[in-house]
Design a protein around this ligand. Structure first.
Ligand code: UDP
Length: 340
C-alpha cells in the first residue's frame, strides 16, 4: 500500500531533496509550503525529476484553519516537518518571529495532526542543540544547550515533541540533528538558492566560483585545527534526504521513535572545502583571511554511529561529490540567467 506523506517546507533546500528521495522510495508525497523562502518553480522542477505531478498546498503553519483544511483534504500516514526559519544571525535580531514560526508553528502542526489522527512525525532539528564541547565527535547523549535563538527554537521543538509523545503513546517521532548540509541534486535541478549574500560557507564559495562574489572571507586561520581554519561536518544534501526516508520508514513500519545525528563523522576545514570546490570548478578560488566570526567554534562534527546502527544510514557521498554537484547546479543557474 502506498503511504501518503505531508512534507512541510517541501519546496525549500533540504525539503525539495527529501521530496525527491521519498518519491524514489515509493511514498506518495504532498508539499505544504508558504514559499516565503522557496522559489515558486521548485514544484515544476520536482515534476521533471519524478515524472509525476506534484501536489502543493500553499499554506502557512501559523494559520491553524488552513492547516486543518490540508489535513481534511487527504489522509496522511506521516509528516516530515521542515517548515521553519533557519538563519542563526537573523534569529538574534528577530527572536519573536523565530519562536513564533518554529515553536508556535510546530504546536499548530501537532494539533492539526492529532485532530486528523496522524501520529508519525520526522522533525528537522540541528546540531546547534548541543552545548559547546571540546569532545569530538558529538554523540546524541551529549549535553544540550543553545547559543542562538535559532538553536533555542530547535531544542524547544525537540522537547515539545518529546512531551507530547510521553503523554500519548500513539505518537512516534524521528528527531534528526543535522550537521552542515552541502551539495545539490545530481540532476542539477535542485540546490541551495539564497537571494542575499550567503552567511554559510558552501553557498558563499559557490558565489565566488560563479564570479558573483570576489573572494571568500576565511573567518580566522588561527584556530587549533590542522590548517588553522574552522572544521565542520559537511553532509551531502542527498544523503541527508535519504536519512529522512529511513527515519520515516522506521516510524511507520516499526513505531520506533528516535533522536539521531545525521552527519558523516568526518571534519573538513574551510580551506579543505575551498580547495575541493576549486577542483570541482577547475579554477583556483581566491580567499582573504578575515577576523574570526563571533560565536564560531573551532571544530564541530558528529558521531554518526547511532544512525547507522538503528537505520543502517551512512553518508555515501564525499566532499568531491558535494562540490561537483553544487558547481553543476550553480553553473546551470548562472548560464540560464546569462541567456535570460
Ligand atoms: N566560514 C568562513 N567564511 C564564510 C562563511 C563561513 O570562513 O563566509 C567558516 C565558518 O567560520 C565556519 C565554517 O566556515 O568555520 C562553516 O560555517 P557555516 O556558517 O557554513 O556553518 P556553521 O558555522 O553554522 O557550522
Amino acid at each position: 500500500m502506498t503511504r501518503k506523506i505531508l512534507l512541510t517546507g517541501g519546496a525549500g533546500y533540504i525539503g525539495s531533496h527529501t521530496y525527491a528521495a521519498l518519491c524514489e522510495a515509493g511514498y506518495d508525497v504532498a508539499i505544504l509550503d508558504n514559499f516565503d523562502n522557496a522559489r515558486p518553480d521548485v514544484p515544476d522542477r520536482l515534476e521533471v525529476i519524478t515524472g509525476k505531478p506534484v501536489t502543493v498546498h500553499r499554506c502557512d503553519i501559523l494559520d491553524p484553519a488552513a492547516l486543518a483544511r490540508v489535513f481534511a483534504s487527504d489522509h496522511f500516514d506521516g509528516v516530515v516537518h521542515f517548515a521553519a526559519r533557519k538563519a542563526v544571525g537573523e534569529s538574534q535580531r528577530m527572536p519573536l518571529e523565530y519562536i513564533e514560526t518554529n515553536c508556535t508553528g510546530l504546536i499548530n502542526l501537532l494539533k492539526a495532526m492529532r485532530a486528523a489522527e496522524v501520529f508519525n512525525i520526522v522533525f528537522s532539528s540541528s546540531a546547534t542543540v548541543y552545548a559547546p564541547t571540546t569532545d569530538w565527535p558529538i554523540p546524541e547523549g551529549a549535553a544540550l544547550g543553545y547559543a542562538s535563538t535559532y538553536a533555542y527554537t530547535k531544542l524547544m521543538g525537540e522537547q515539545i515533541i518529546a512531551q507530547v509523545a510521553a503523554a500519548d503513546p500513539r505518537w512516534h517521532y524521528g528527531v534528526l540533528r543535522y550537521f552542515n548540509p552541502a551539495g545539490a541534486h545530481t540532476s542539477a535541478l535542485l540546490g541551495e538558492d539564497p537571494s542575499d549574500i550567503p552567511n554559510n560557507l558552501m553557498p558563499y564559495i559557490a558565489k565566488v566560483a560563479t564570479g558573483e562574489l570576489p573572494a571568500l572571507n576565511v573567518f580566522g586561520n588561527d584556530y587549533p585545527t590542522p590548517d588553522g581554519t574552522g572544521v565542520r561536518d559537511y553532509i551531502h544534501v542527498m544523503d541527508l534526504a535519504r536519512g529522512h526516508v529511513l527515519s520515516l520508514t522506521e516510524l511507520i513500519e516499526r513505531g520506533n521513535s528516535h533522536t539521531l545525528n545525521l552527519g558523516t563523522g568526518q571534519g573538513y576545514s574551510v580551506l579543505d572545502m575551498l580547495n575541493a570546490y576549486s577542483r570541482a570548478c577547475g579554477k583556483e578560488l581566491p580567499y582573504v583571511v578575515a577576523p574570526r566570526r563571533e560565536g564560531d567554534l573551532d571544530c564541530y562534527y558528529g558521531d554518526p554511529t547511532k544512525a547507522e546502527a538503528l537505520l543502517g544510514f551512512r553518508a555515501e557521498r564525499g566532499l568531491d561529490a558535494m562540490c561537483a554537484d553544487s558547481w553543476a547546479w550553480v553553473s546551470r543557474k548562472s548560464n540560464m540567467r546569462g541567456q535570460g
